[in-house]
Ligand binder design. Structure first.
Ligand SMILES: [Zn+2]
Length: 136
């Protein structure tokens, strides 16, 4: 449902809820937008998911990403930086302290950027699968 009115918000896949396509939902999440309408903001802070979409009223706070985005971020950042680290250590032969400072700064910045992107995608996927927090 993309009426954007916030009316008739049925729980789950009950009556009134259209099919939830994971592709568009993940793209909207990646852009930091509500996976349902694509207009409201997904995040209330840097990484805190907004409790409710300010455009369509979807309960975004019910879709808890937990550890998933952190795992994905570690995987992506490691896959990007390990080859670069190995190449620069062999080819450029930098001072170890210089290399460790550069790598630490790169890991920090890259992790923050990737974490926000993957968390948005993750919440979009959870929304598409209707995987709400059931308090387990
Ligand atoms: Zn919305």
């Amino acid at each position: 449902m993309e009426d954007g009115s916030g009316r008739d918000r049925a729980r789950g896949a009950a009556a009134g809820e259209g099919e939830r396509d994971s592709g568009p939902a993940m793209r909207r999440g990646l852009m930091g937008r509500c996976p349902r309408c694509g207009e409201g903001r997904l995040f209330a802070g840097f990484l805190r998911v907004a409790p409710r979409c300010d455009a369509c009223g979807e309960d975004l706070g019910e879709f808890r990403a937990a550890d998933g985005p952190a795992f994905a971020t570690i995987s992506v950042v490691a896959l990007l930086l390990i080859p670069i680290l190995g190449w620069s250590f062999v080819v450029l032969r930098p001072d170890p302290l210089t290399l460790s400072l550069i790598v630490s700064a790169a890991v920090t910045v890259l992790s923050l950027v990737v974490l926000r992107l993957t968390k948005g995608m993750w919440v979009g996927y959870l929304w598409a699968m209707d995987e709400r927090d059931r308090g387990a």
